[in-house]
Design a protein around this ligand. Structure first.
Ligand SMILES: [Zn+2]
Length: 422
């Protein structure tokens, strides 16, 4: 009987291991799993059907001849980036933008759109398995025109869930009563509401309402008294409200890097030459049309409020609040996906440590969507959405620009190949 049992286990384990031979192995990488801030040196990650199957020494991984191997000796492997504030252009331009994101290492994208029909985009992308796109988190955009009762919001929530949208982005709100109706209904129906800070509502009320993320440091940036600011920050922490500061939007919209600094943007390292040329032309045209003096005056005027935003970001960080990286691209020198690098560098300049920056672009976004069991770290069973970098971003955040390869659903995309398509 004992022998029979042993035989049974032997057969069972052989069957199981043959079922679990990987279809891809990233070999001998230095792994930044994002479960903590250590780098595990020289290990291999085996992938099957888009999931992480095993993390081990290469020779300990069972493999067959169909298994693809990516040599990653001396390189760094970490979870793909989540761009948490991006707008997609209309249908015919959306594909290029999605491609740029994948090229840059973005594997999740929170769509903060206004005009695009997101349900139609979702249907099209899902029906075409050749499309190259990060995993998209679609939104319903709520504006001050949606003056709904709680019951009307209830039916909206059902519709949102039915169409597979992930959250409501608040663009603007009609009044306090509508805000109450919205949050009552959203909390009851477990739908995420986030977005622009509703300016007419008291900040404590917003923080305690269940509002999930505040964009552009709204609300907090209007508090002048420093002890009142600290109280709101501590409440933000207590209620687990995320903040997505989008510093790069301010920097480019208010020309804060004019006249010289913009030439040092990381995009100069990555973007195709014809993009850079087009942006230079466009930028100079705007400067000439507005007049250099006026540009510099606006910059001077806006600089203190930008410094204030940086200060608030630092205070949120020092008080262990939840942060997410979103770069809000759209202007010149803000190539989608790649703009995440600029935003990460902006955070570093604001005094945020590299591990927190990387966490805010990987594990925190997964936590935001309550999908931390599925993605955001390199662990067995998680989605195989990863990036390979030439240099370690924990050592210097600027190394994020050395991303070479994006692995998405187990598919391999080389940055240089995708850039050639643009
Ligand atoms: Zn935006």
């Amino acid at each position: 009987m004992k022998n029979l049992l042993l035989l049974f286990f032997l057969v069972a384990s052989v069957c199981m291991s043959s079922q679990s031979t990987p279809d891809l192995i990233i070999k001998d990488a230095n792994i930044l799993s994002m479960t903590n801030s250590t780098v595990v040196m020289n290990k291999s990650v085996a992938v099957k059907n888009g999931k992480i199957l095993q993390i081990d020494d290469f020779n300990k991984i069972k493999k067959d001849k169909n298994c693809k191997v990516i040599e990653a000796k001396g390189k760094f492997l970490m979870p793909g980036l989540a761009e948490m504030h991006s707008h997609l252009p209309d249908e015919n331009k959306a594909d290029t933008v999605l491609l740029r994101n994948v090229a840059a290492g973005v594997t999740h994208l929170r769509v903060m759109n206004a005009d695009l029909d997101q349900v139609a985009l979702k249907k099209r992308l899902e029906s075409n398995d050749k499309s190259i796109s990060p995993k998209l988190h679609y939104s319903f955009i709520l504006t001050k025109d949606n003056k709904y009762t709680e019951a009307q919001f209830d039916s909206l929530m059902l519709e949102i869930k039915k169409s597979g949208l992930s959250f409501i982005k608040l663009f603007s709100i009609a009044n306090e009563e509508t805000f109450d109706n919205l949050m009552n209904s959203a909390n009851k129906n477990k739908v995420i509401v986030c977005g622009h800070f509703p300016g007419s509502i008291n900040i404590e009320k917003v923080i305690y309402s269940g509002f999930k993320s505040i964009e552009h440091v709204g609300g907090l940036d209007k508090i002048r008294d420093s002890s009142a600011l600290l109280i709101s920050i501590l409440h933000t922490k207590e209620k687990e409200v995320f903040n997505c500061p989008t510093l790069d939007w301010d920097i480019m919209a208010c020309n804060l890097q004019y006249p010289r600094e913009y030439k040092h943007r990381l995009i100069y390292y990555n973007a195709p030459k014809h993009y850079l040329h087009r942006w230079e032309t466009e930028y100079n045209k705007t400067i000439n049309e507005t007049g250099q003096e006026k540009i510099l005056a606006t910059k001077e005027k806006y600089l203190p409020s930008f410094k204030n935003k940086e200060k608030i970001l630092k205070a949120l960080y020092e008080n262990n609040c939840l942060l997410i990286v979103g770069s809000d691209p759209g202007g010149v020198f803000q190539m989608e996906g790649f703009n995440m690098y600029e935003e990460m560098l902006n955070w570093s300049k604001a005094g945020i440590d590299n591990y927190t920056i990387l966490k805010s672009a990987t594990t925190n976004p997964a936590l935001f969507f309550n999908e931390q069991d599925k993605w955001g770290t390199i662990e067995i069973g998680k989605d195989a959405d990863m990036i390979i970098l030439r240099k370690n971003p924990l050592e210097d955040i600027i190394n994020i620009r050395t991303i070479e390869t994006t692995i998405l659903n187990g598919n391999i995309y080389k940055k240089t190949d995708l850039l050639k398509k643009m």
